[in-house]
Design a protein around this ligand. Structure first.
Ligand code: MN
Length: 219
């Protein structure tokens, strides 16, 4: 089965509808947060990214991943904007992919389950590490489960704002949004509660397919 692991588009970038109803992840992620997060925050990243690139048609054939990888070659006036807004588009595109309604109690299987056991000790230990890393991250950013395709090792880490991992040769398998807009309406300052609730909405089948793609060299 083909797994969509890359954003399938170039300039002008556009916002795909969410892959499920706004209230489908209730009560873990509430409908109001979903609506604002997708329709306003993600949309704004795309709008700002397109605005930055508008005057530079020579860059219009590149995917957002290519733009981020080659950010330092972009006109200096738009580098920072593309880094921030392009990173925002990339990470939110992935974020909607890893979420799934009706995932309560689901867990990794197959090669992903084995790799998690090997590198973290157990699924429970992995979840604790992911939550702890997200909880300790100061201010805005993302917490990631990544694989290093060179040796297949899994790693949990966080990055600030929309800093991406493309130049670090790490492939994102799973990510959670640590910006307050992702959780403040429902959880207020309870970031840990939000991080723990996240396990009820993770599409482990998609995460597992991402690992298979990364190890096959096709992420
Ligand atoms: Mn966000």
């Amino acid at each position: 089965m083909i797994v969509e692991t890359k954003i399938p588009s170039t300039y002008p970038f556009s916002l795909a509808p969410p892959p499920f109803a706004y209230d489908a992840l209730e009560p873990y992620i509430d409908a109001a947060t979903m609506r604002i997060h997708h329709d306003q925050h993600h949309q704004a990243y795309i709008k700002n990214l397109n605005a930055a690139l508008k005057k530079y048609p020579e860059w219009h054939d590149l995917s957002v991943e290519e733009l981020l990888r080659r950010c330092n070659e972009l006109p200096v006036t738009v580098r920072q904007t593309v880094h921030e807004q392009g990173g925002g588009h990339l990470h939110h595109w992935f974020f909607w992919k890893v979420l799934k309604p009706g995932a309560v109690g689901s867990r990794p299987t197959g090669a992903l389950a084995q790799a998690i056991g090997r590198d973290f000790g157990s699924f429970e230990a992995f979840k604790a590490k992911f939550v702890e890393t997200g909880a300790k991250h100061f201010a805005s950013g993302w917490v990631f489960l990544v694989v290093q395709p060179a040796d297949g090792r899994l790693e949990v880490l966080s990055r600030h704002d929309h800093d991406n991992l493309l130049l670090e040769k790490k492939t994102i398998l799973l990510l959670n949004d640590l910006w307050e807009h992702a959780y403040y309406l429902r959880y207020r300052s309870g970031r840990v509660d939000y991080l723990n609730a996240f396990w009820n909405v993770v599409d482990w089948e998609y995460v597992g397919r991402r690992l298979e793609s990364a190890l096959a060299g096709t992420p």
